[in-house]
Design a protein around this ligand. Structure first.
Ligand code: SF4
Ligand code: SF4
Length: 171
């Protein structure tokens, strides 16, 4: 699903303007709603209601993909032409589950590598944030604490000052 979205977005000649962070932070919570709906459907033995519309489930069974899944996939890919990784950012229940696992890991004091920005070298050009596929505010702090970071390392490539933003120490 991520690959398909990347391919669709790569068709663009110019990157779309990112949506403001205050809206982004609200929209990323939608995927927790999708996860809760999934759990409720599973408890009541109605998971087929979700799988009939899930584009990822449909893709894994391509020859017999349900019409609902196909329609949602088409909508996601059309939307994905205007907004990078639409599904991963806002709707994927598995991403929600992984984010919760990261939050739990942090609560248990499990350390992991995070994207680090050297504040002394940074010239605040914002190129890293503007190119982040998950629309994260990299300039908000020294380390990217947001669990939505997928460690694609694009920010490290786009930074005009090599070595300023990098995959930092385990902390
Ligand atoms: S590694 Fe990728 S997702 Fe994480 S902050 Fe950098 S560009 Fe964004
Ligand atoms: S791209 Fe590099 S120099 Fe520009 S704001 Fe990001 S870390 Fe700083």
């Amino acid at each position: 699903m991520g690959t398909l979205q990347e391919l669709v977005y790569a068709l663009r000649k110019k990157r779309c303007k990112q949506i403001p962070y205050m809206y982004e932070r609200k929209l990323v919570k939608l995927k927790y709603g999708v996860l809760i709906i999934n759990i409720i459907l599973v408890i009541f033995g109605l998971s087929w209601l979700y799988t009939n519309f899930c584009p990822v489930y449909g893709l894994s069974r391509l020859p017999s993909m349900a019409i609902g899944g196909l329609l949602v996939l088409a909508l996601i890919l059309i939307g994905g032409f205007f907004m990078e990784r639409l599904w991963c950012r806002y709707l994927c229940p598995y991403a929600a589950l992984l984010n919760l696992a990261q939050k739990l890991g942090s609560l248990l004091g499990i350390k992991r590598k995070k994207i680090f920005r050297n504040l002394e070298r940074c010239v605040d050009c914002e190129l890293c944030s503007r190119n982040c596929p998950m629309n994260l505010d990299i300039l908000a702090s020294e380390y990217v604490e947001d669990e939505n970071c997928i460690h694609c390392l694009r920010c490290t490539i786009k930074c005009p000052k090599p070595g300023t933003v990098c995959r930092g120490r385990v902390q």
